[in-house]
Design a protein around this ligand. Structure first.
Ligand SMILES: [Zn+2]
Ligand SMILES: [Zn+2]
Length: 77
């Protein structure tokens, strides 16, 4: 199944410091917003983060599986 084509798939990562979701390269480690190396590719419950890209910034944003409130975590940080 291995593809030889050097296509880099963008993945959604979230910064656990500021709570921002963005598309990143798989090798990216640093948040584009705050600069901390605290990116995660999935929630602590294992849920992937694609759902977050449909939400505008500024409102609430919770993990649909475990209910983690990403935006509140950002405010508290
Ligand atoms: Zn950040
Ligand atoms: Zn979760």
């Amino acid at each position: 199944m291995a593809e030889a084509a050097p296509v880099i798939e963008a993945v959604v990562k979230v910064c656990s410091t500021c709570g921002r979701f963005r598309h990143y390269d798989p090798a990216d480690e640093y948040c584009v917003v705050c600069g901390f190396a605290s990116l995660a590719t999935e929630c602590s419950c294992g849920r992937t983060l694609e759902y977050a890209m449909a939400e505008p910034e500024g409102g609430g944003l919770h993990c649909p599986r475990c209910g983690r409130d990403w935006r509140r975590a950002a405010i508290d940080a």
